[in-house]
Design a protein. Structure first.
Length: 241
């Protein structure tokens, strides 16, 4: 007799029914909701449509979190490009996000967001910093200069003009950070700040050779490879200043 033709055991069938009933009861105790297939399909459709259309779907917990975020805001006074700005910011917001998201100063770019590419370079009290690593609240009272603040009206900053003359850019994404960094570089060199490429530390005047400029600009990455033009632009401005 084949297994197919083998008669079933009523006792085994009863045991299987009891096991199935026990499993169903166990699952029911774990799942506190009563969701039919139709309800599931409707809910999935709403969520999928919301994501496709870009409609934000907020839960009660998300709404509660937004209230807690508002409670954490603090007043911040920033001096940017010669203008005073009064803002209410989360103390964890970076200077980069403050410039771009709160003040619409989008010339400063977000590249790696880890302080490695230099695209977010701005000047704080004349010194160059990576704004993605700086908290906005830490720079209250400082003079912050972005790429938008270098030009005087329609008159470009000499470094901006030099970048144009020497093709110191291609796609232009890193250019604002490159220019701000170059402006800070010249200021540092004129003050006698040395680098690891400075051949003679006893000299008061720093000679900005190509190697010196490359070393001092090494924190600013240009993925287009416009480095020769950048070096020439910095040298031109340094000689003219």
């Amino acid at each position: 007799m084949s297994p197919i033709d083998k008669p079933s055991n009523p006792e085994n069938e009863g045991g299987a029914d009891q096991r199935n009933a026990g499993a169903t009861e166990a699952l029911g105790s774990r799942c506190s909701w009563d969701l039919t297939r139709r309800d599931f399909t409707k809910t999935a459709g709403v969520l999928t449509g919301g994501m496709v259309l870009g409609i934000p779907i907020l839960s009660a917990r998300a709404l509660g979190d937004s209230k807690s975020v508002a409670a954490n805001l603090m007043p911040v006074q920033l001096n940017i490009n010669g203008q005073a700005h009064s803002l209410s910011l989360d103390p964890r917001v970076t200077l980069l996000d403050t410039l771009r998201e709160h003040l619409a100063l989008t010339g400063t770019k977000k590249g790696c967001d880890h302080g490695q590419c230099g695209a977010c370079t701005v000047l704080v009290n004349g010194r160059r910093i990576n704004s993605c690593l700086a908290l906005a609240v830490a720079h209250q009272g400082d003079e912050i200069t972005t790429i938008e603040g270098l030009a005087k009206g329609d008159e470009l900053h000499p470094m901006q003009t030099a970048f144009l003359e020497h093709d110191g850019f291609q796609c232009g994404y890193c250019t604002p950070g490159q220019i701000c960094s170059a402006v800070g570089l010249i200021s540092e060199a004129k003050k006698g700040s040395v680098s690891s490429a400075t051949p003679d530390l006893r000299k008061d005047e720093i000679e900005l050779t190509a190697d010196e400029i490359r070393e001092r600009m090494s924190g600013n990455i240009c993925r287009c490879g416009a480095y020769p033009g950048i070096v020439q632009a910095v040298q031109m401005v340094y000689r003219q200043s």
